[in-house]
Design a protein around this ligand. Structure first.
Ligand code: AMP
Ligand code: GLY
Length: 447
């Protein structure tokens, strides 16, 4: 079959790489892809001429493209095209697609909606209140911090809409909380995203990401198949210091996510979510991401994403034994119930290399050099993110940095330590001006 992947990041490179390994995948197309997918075996980028797949006209053009090219299945990477209804449009046009419709995509696109869903179906989550009126939100913030208790927990303030990771503030004191409420609701720093606000109880503990395949399409035969657990490292610097980023690296599986926690997650979060997706009558054939926090031996759901995680996917897909193209087909053609997922033993470590300045303004356009022989010895794979093909000259086929998170290397090992050792050795074989990375992905100081 011919498969089209929508997106341009490291996650999409990992998806295309895994799809291309399938005996069932005759060819993999990526719209628009990046410099890494352009060079991937059996893969080919589809030029969107700088247009965004979240735009309606681009989605219509993609439908015309899949019909013309005879694409058998489209798999969507990022949330924005899904929230904008790409899956509904494809299905109306009779084109098979992996991704939820816009109604279910509100589980990520609207935190207020996600919270109401969690409450309605009793999915275990932090306690929260939703506000649309700024004076009521400010009153609630004051009430929280005027509580007579000492050592008050911080307050978590979340903007409602898609905010590219900038919509969550953890306020330690009243002033910071008021500033955040005003910035979101009055000054509109996130455009429309902050008009509705969620105030949430602060939870303390390690975070775990569980990605899963979902096939719910009415008839009560829905299924959610969870993948091996993963952990993103969101802060910019070692030991979880510095600002939040899009993710500085991931590991899979998570050693502290043991069988008891897995069972707790399945009972308190996964099962009620599945009941909810069915009861709402969604057509949800795609992926879901559970952002968990573990406190006192229990899993709490912090967020749903309606897609695979980035950079978790770069760590999780190399752990998968199953054929990813077959899995995507089973999601779409409603046979996921009979699909048996299988995983490798061992572990994957996938640190991300970023450009100087990231997550602020960063350098771009630097050539990326490799020592191919030393890289190959580690068995690692490279997933490009903010990297494009260079143009001109002898270096014409090479990559150049073009984004903040430039690439991830993903190394498989017999265990976490082995994977980390290989990943950091692979990173040493990559160089671009100003390149930096965290040395502690997976909690191991890099050699
Ligand atoms: P979210 O987009 O809801 O996942 O929030 C982004 C990040 O903020 C999470 O990955 C957590 O690190 C943090 N966070 C969100 N909600 C809470 C909470 N209730 N308690 C503690 N940390 C939180
Ligand atoms: N790694 C978090 C995300 O994909 O949203």
């Amino acid at each position: 079959m011919k498969v089209l992947v929508i997106g341009s990041g490291g996650r999409e490179h990992a998806m295309a790489w895994k799809l291309a390994q399938s005996k069932k995948a005759e060819r993999v197309y990526i719209a628009p892809g990046n410099g890494g997918t352009a060079g991937e075996k059996n893969c080919e980028n589809v030029d969107l001429l700088g247009h965004d797949p979240a735009e309606e006209e681009v989605q219509e053009a993609l439908i015309r493209y899949v019909i013309k090219e005879g694409i058998d299945l489209t798999v969507v990477g990022p949330e924005a095209p899904l929230a904008a209804g790409i899956a509904d449009r494809f299905r109306e046009a009779g084109q098979p697609i992996v991704g939820p419709g816009a109604a279910a995509a509100r589980l990520e696109a609207s935190k207020a909606y996600a919270k109401s869903f969690m409450e309605k179906y009793r999915v275990r989550a932090a306690r929260s209140l939703v506000f649309t009126d700024i004076s009521e939100a400010l009153r609630a913030v004051k009430a929280h911090f005027s509580n007579a208790e000492k050592d008050l927990p911080p307050l978590v303030i979340k903007a409602n809409g898609l905010a590219a990771g900038k919509g969550v503030i953890i306020a330690e004191e009243l002033e910071a909380a008021e500033t955040a409420v005003n910035a979101f609701m009055k000054e509109g720093v996130l455009d429309g995203a902050g008009k509705t606000l969620v105030l949430e109880e602060f939870l303390r503990g390690p975070e775990v990401s569980v990605l899963a395949a979902v096939s719910v399409s009415g008839g009560g035969k829905g299924v959610i198949l969870p993948f091996v657990s993963a952990r993103d490292h969101k802060r910019r610097f070692d030991n979880d210091g510095g600002p939040n980023t899009g993710g500085m690296g991931a590991i899979a599986p998570v050693p502290d996510f043991n069988a008891a926690l897995q069972k707790d997650f399945e009972e308190a979060i996964l099962a009620p979510t599945l009941r909810g997706l069915e009861a709402e009558g969604f057509d949800y054939r795609g992926f879901i991401f559970f952002g968990l926090l573990i406190q006192d031996g229990k899993c709490y759901l912090l967020e749903y994403n309606i897609r695979l995680g980035d950079p978790e996917t770069q760590a999780v897909l190399p752990m998968m034994n199953s054929d990813f193209a077959e899995l995507c087909a089973a999601i779409e053609n409603k046979t996921l119930m009979d699909f048996r997922l299988s995983w490798k033993p061992g572990a994957v470590c996938a640190p991300v290399a970023v450009a100087a300045g990231y997550p602020g303004d960063y350098r771009k356009g630097d050539p990326i050099a490799f020592n191919e022989a030393s890289f190959a010895k580690t068995g690692a794979v490279l997933f490009a993110a903010g990297a494009q093909c260079g143009t001109g000259g002898a270096a014409g086929s090479g990559l150049r940095s073009a984004g903040g998170r430039v690439l991830a290397v993903s190394a498989y090992g017999a265990n976490g330590e082995d994977a980390r050792e290989k990943a950091y050795r692979a990173l040493k074989a990559v160089h671009f001006e100003g390149m930096d990375y965290r040395r502690d992905i997976g909690g191991y100081p890099a050699p």
